[in-house]
Write a protein that binds this ligand. Structure first.
Ligand SMILES: *[C@@H]1O[C@H](CO)[C@@H](O)[C@H](O)[C@H]1NC(C)=O
Ligand SMILES: *[C@@H]1O[C@H](CO)[C@@H](O)[C@H](O)[C@H]1NC(C)=O
Ligand SMILES: *[C@@H]1O[C@H](CO)[C@@H](O)[C@H](O)[C@H]1NC(C)=O
Ligand SMILES: *[C@@H]1O[C@H](CO)[C@@H](O)[C@H](O)[C@H]1NC(C)=O
Ligand SMILES: *[C@@H]1O[C@H](CO)[C@@H](O)[C@H](O)[C@H]1NC(C)=O
Ligand SMILES: *[C@@H]1O[C@H](CO)[C@@H](O)[C@H](O)[C@H]1NC(C)=O
Length: 437
């Protein structure tokens, strides 16, 4: 926009100068005497002449050294297009380039002053920063510029204002966060503004803040669980923590090493599973899952007691509602069973009558039901079986129960809501008739 306005302006001048003067005249574009840029900028200033060639034009710097037309960081090159002019091109301008530049021929000369400011830089500001929870956290922004920048901070896109929670250091611009919590973790932006009467610059830098904390146990800190001799058992502990915690398992104050005869440990970022084979009664007792990071450690104590899984439950099929098969499952347990060993749920496995249990599908239920298998096929022979679950694990499966689902036309609708609907609509119609009569 500026350029085209400038071009028409220059045409105007050309016409005026051509009609009123025989000697050459020089003029610059952009049409101003003061140019200000930031280090690293790339720009050019063009010197136009009323003559019809540029052979006599030269650019000189503040020490009167002519600027060559080679391809240097600062160089001169002919203007493109119809106009007759010589450009002075700066690539990657530096502070020492500041000064007066002059374009001249044998009759005229014209100059401009170049000011160069040091651009905003965030050199060696880490883009990922860490601070421990609880203390006062500091987010660094090593922003530099000349003149000095004004710095604003943003958290998750919202501008931070200085208050009880936040303060911004006037010299090094670091952001202090008081009473740092995990909610303060996230994306910060350090935004720098530089302005002078000649120019301005805005730059920003994104920083991800991790708030570190001592491992925290998810769930109970003391757990009791059961198993029987000869069975396999998984002990699990789940924590969160930053840095990611390291897990260690102990039994009888001895560290359990991975991949030994009776133990395998599987750990992910926040869960560790101790998979064990209970070959004798010495395996019962207290296990400790210890999760630690540089900020501290936490322990989950798991008491492993001897106890049997439940006996096989009783399974029968109630019926079918469209593609849903409804089951009845009853636990078999003694009245005097310990509360901690009561049945808490069931697992139902099912296969097509032609398949083996290796290809079984399964579904788990909490005790109390309803025990419904959705999305079954019409007119299909199935075999079902169920096992009960308590703190010692799954017990034996019930005997297999065969059931053939009915085909689409015959599938009965055992939902009662439709009957209620018919009844109430009947009632409504009769009331209507009554009123009309
Ligand atoms: C910022 O500067 C102040 C004083 O100049 C200093 O006490 C503080 O440690 C500095 N903060 C950082 C993060 O460099
Ligand atoms: C223990 O965990 C492993 C792997 O997660 C699993 O395959 C296995 O079935 C589990 N064992 C028991 C007894 O729950
Ligand atoms: C323990 O050993 C098993 C089997 O070699 C391996 O898959 C697992 O990752 C190991 N666990 C740990 C915590 O190193
Ligand atoms: C486990 O860690 C993952 C990844 O760090 C996290 O997304 C998930 O919420 C954590 N789970 C729990 C239960 O804290
Ligand atoms: C499970 O079945 C096995 C063999 O069929 C039997 O020895 C065991 O006692 C049964 N377990 C329970 C809890 O009923
Ligand atoms: C129902 O079963 C079909 C075929 O087995 C499967 O593609 C579909 O995802 C299932 N739908 C639901 C809701 O489980």
């Amino acid at each position: 926009m500026d350029l085209s306005a400038g071009i028409s302006f220059s045409f105007l001048i050309t016409i005026i100068l051509c009609s009123y003067s025989q000697s050459s005249q020089l003029y610059l574009q952009p049409v101003k005497n003061d140019h200000a840029y930031f280090t690293g900028d790339k720009f050019f200033v063009t010197c136009f002449t009323t003559e019809d060639n540029i052979e006599k034009l030269t650019w000189t710097d503040f020490e009167s050294n002519p600027i060559s037309t080679n391809d240097g960081r600062i160089h001169a090159e002919p203007a493109e297009g119809d106009q007759v002019g010589l450009r002075l091109v700066f690539t990657n301008v530096e502070t020492e380039d500041a000064g007066t530049y002059t374009c001249s021929d044998d009759q005229d000369s014209v100059s401009f002053d170049l000011t160069v400011y040091r651009a905003v830089s965030f050199s060696d500001t880490p883009s990922v920063q860490h601070a421990p929870e609880g203390d006062t956290g500091v987010v660094l922004c090593n922003v530099k510029s000349d003149p000095k920048p004004v710095v604003n901070w943003y958290f998750e896109g919202t501008k931070i204002s200085e208050d009880k929670k936040y303060s911004i250091h006037p010299d090094n611009h670091s952001l202090k966060i008081h009473d740092l919590t995990r909610n303060d973790a996230g994306e910060y932006k350090c935004k720098a503004f530089v302005f002078t009467h000649l120019s301005s610059q805005i730059k920003d830098f994104d920083i991800k803040l991790h708030v570190q904390y001592v491992p925290e146990i998810i769930g109970e800190q003391r757990i009791s669980t059961y198993a029987s001799v000869g069975s396999k058992k998984n002990l699990t502990c789940t924590v969160t923590g930053d840095p990611i915690p390291i897990f260690q398992w102990l039994h009888d104050e001895m560290i359990i090493h991975n991949n030994t005869k009776n133990f395998v440990i599987y750990s992910t970022e926040n869960t560790s599973v101790l998979q064990m084979h209970i070959d004798n009664e010495d395996r019962f007792g207290e296990y400790i899952c210890r999760a630690s990071n540089p900020l501290g450690e936490k322990e989950v104590v798991i008491e492993l007691k001897e106890g049997d899984p439940p006996s096989a439950p009783e399974l029968s099929v109630i019926g079918q509602d469209q593609v849903t098969v409804k089951l009845n499952i009853k636990a078999h347990e003694d009245d005097d069973v310990e509360d901690e060993l009561r049945v808490v749920g069931f697992k139902v496995e099912y296969i097509l009558a032609s398949e083996s249990w290796n290809s079984a599908l399964s579904q788990e239920f909490k005790i109390g039901g309803p025990y419904e298998l959705k999305n079954m096929s019409y007119n299909t022979d199935y075999i079902f079986r169920a096992a009960a679950h308590n703190a010692a694990g799954y017990g034996n499966y019930s005997g297999p129960v065969e059931y053939k689902t009915q085909d689409l036309q015959k599938a009965p609708v055992i939902s009662s809501s439709s009957t209620v609907f018919t009844l109430s609509s009947l009632l409504f119609v009769s009331m209507l008739l009554f009123v009309l009569l």
